[in-house]
Design a protein around this ligand. Structure first.
Ligand code: GAR
Length: 207
């Protein structure tokens, strides 16, 4: 059984979707949740399912590599097979990322390579895009740039606020993230030489 560790900073609705999809215990189990925010609602979700939690809170003036060293200790305690970033709002150092290459995935609220970074919904609206979405990708040292496992598209309507769009994207995230997690647990999806392979077929350079 695949030991899944989920890292969060906030609401944890993606965490919830993954927990729910693991209910049958057939492919994987969420063995822990780590948050960098002590008041993240996702921690309550974890408690409701009797999942162990840890907080790794950044100290004042702490260097990124010091924080990541502490985070690594917290991660390794769970001996995870898969690390799932689900709204974990910190940039990770290359050292940390390289320690878990091929074992760490992220969900990003845009159709990558469009809009890495923050404020993706507003940026899509401001650009006049008529479609937007979410991407699940393996994590590599470069921010929001790893090989894409799966994307979901949503329409953008003229009267949409960033909030409207975020809600529409979230719904899709809850569908695609558990699917990717399941594929990895089943060893159907892997990252090799900077590319994703699903059932042995390359998914190409960008999804
Ligand atoms: C999700 O929309 C996710 O794509 C985004 O944060 C949200 C977390 O929601 N992640 C990023 O922006 C990463 N840079 P959740 O806490 O309800 O799962």
């Amino acid at each position: 059984n695949c030991r899944i560790l989920v890292l969060i900073s906030g609401s944890g609705s993606n965490l919830q979707a993954i927990i729910d999809s693991c209910d049958d215990h057939l492919h994987g189990e969420v063995v822990g949740v780590i948050s960098n925010k002590p008041d993240a609602y996702g921690l309550i979700r974890a408690h409701n399912h009797e999942i162990d939690t840890s907080c790794v809170i950044a100290r004042k003036g702490e260097e990124r590599n010091e924080y990541d060293a502490r985070l690594k200790v917290a991660i390794d305690r769970y001996q995870p097979d898969l690390i799932v970033l689900a709204g974990f709002m910190r940039i990770l150092t290359p050292e940390l990322v390289n320690a878990y290459l091929g074992k760490m995935v992220n969900i990003h609220p845009s159709l990558l390579p469009k809009y890495p970074g923050l404020d993706t919904h507003q940026r899509a609206i401001d650009a006049g895009d008529n479609e937007h979405g979410a991407s699940v990708h393996f994590v590599i040292p470069e921010l929001d740039a790893g090989p894409i496992a799966l994307q979901a598209k949503v329409p953008v309507y003229r009267e949409d606020t960033a909030e409207d769009l975020a809600q529409r994207v979230h719904q899709q995230e809850h569908a695609i993230y558990p699917m990717v997690v399941k594929w990895i647990c089943q060893k159907r999806l892997i990252m090799k030489n900077g590319q994703c392979y699903l059932d042995g077929e390359s998914l190409g350079e960008q999804g």
